[in-house]
Ligand binder design. Sequence first.
Ligand code: PMP
Length: 405
Amino acid sequence: MNKSDFPIFTNHPELVYLDNAATSQKPSIVINAIQDFYEKSNSNVHRGIHKLAEESTILYENSRSTIAKFIGAKPEEIIFTSGTTESLNLIADMLGQYFGTSAKTKTILLTELEHHSNILPWQKIADILKWKIDYVNIDNNYSLDIQDLDYRLRTLDVSIISLTNMSNVTGSIVPLEEIGKLVKSKSPETLIVVDGAQYVPHHKIDLSQLPEIDFYAFSGHKMMGPTGIGVLYGKEELLTKLNPTKLGGGMISKVEREHSTYANLPEKFEAGTPNISGAIALASAIDYIINEITEDDINKLYNLTQYSLTTLLSIPELTVLGPQASENRGPVFSFSIKNIHPHDVAQYLDNDNIAIRAGHHCTQLLHREVFNLPATARASLYYYNEKDDIDKLIASIKKLITTFK
Ligand code: PMP
């Protein structure tokens, strides 16, 4: 890939963009896919019999197939949503409805690493079902504590476990295969839901090789696609048993006065006019990943992760809140600097045209209960970042520390 594929860097040549965990920049091919759709193929999907309607339906359904193939799933197992947050709300609501008749009190197991989008939807369901919520601890290396998970699986009646594949704060990667096997061996009925928002943009995920994973959510905008499009994957046999929570046009088979029957997968979960251009542009982003992100680009990002970690760790006033080795971690570095508020860090870096993020990154529990900090600063990388970006980050941080001393 080429940095020049991304017009934002031509428009802002001085920009050092290190806020990729929040959202990635978009290559021209993705931006053009949206414009092309509206200029050449715009029509609503599924309902028309004119040529344009057929064309837009084919483009939309081909995008579903591209995405399905990319993650090792079947097209019927791909539900388009607006993003990870909607995907997690959708699956929580559907499972809530599904388990609504079960009188027994069960537990929904989450982890201390979770984003608010993977906590609040489950709190709502636990409230409705009168179930309990529990959290798996993280260990001293900011990774998921597998022994603690094992203990909770043995001592609690866990019906659902919902966990991140990679933390948006610590960068810790959660070993899905090991966890999937552990969960299903201890508790075969437990459903496993995964928040893949941070993992999918940097890693190959093949769900056909992870049969224990029941549901998987991710967003398009963190992987070079547009905002407003995301995916909920669900195993076909499970999706068939679930009822949609969003009802209306496009998802029915027959409507009668009192009752209606629903369409087959995946339409039954996509009521209303979907984000057609978003789905098409997400498929373009995936084509870009497949065709333009080479082995060299992947190695470059890995080496840059290692380099960032080593250089950040070499600053005595700075603490990295995440695994201190580059194995099993992604390119996300949350840090605190002694006696300097993270917002001041982000503001100071912005004056040097370096975009990072400061705050609790939608993980108040992790910050308050584990880090004992209200906020951190976070630098996160993507394929277009260069060593020079990290050198500028480090130089600016060092200048800041000297200024505030
Ligand atoms: N989970 C994680 C781990 C995330 O990093 C994010 C985005 N910050 C989300 C969920 C929510 O994603 P979205 O805002 O695209 O719905």
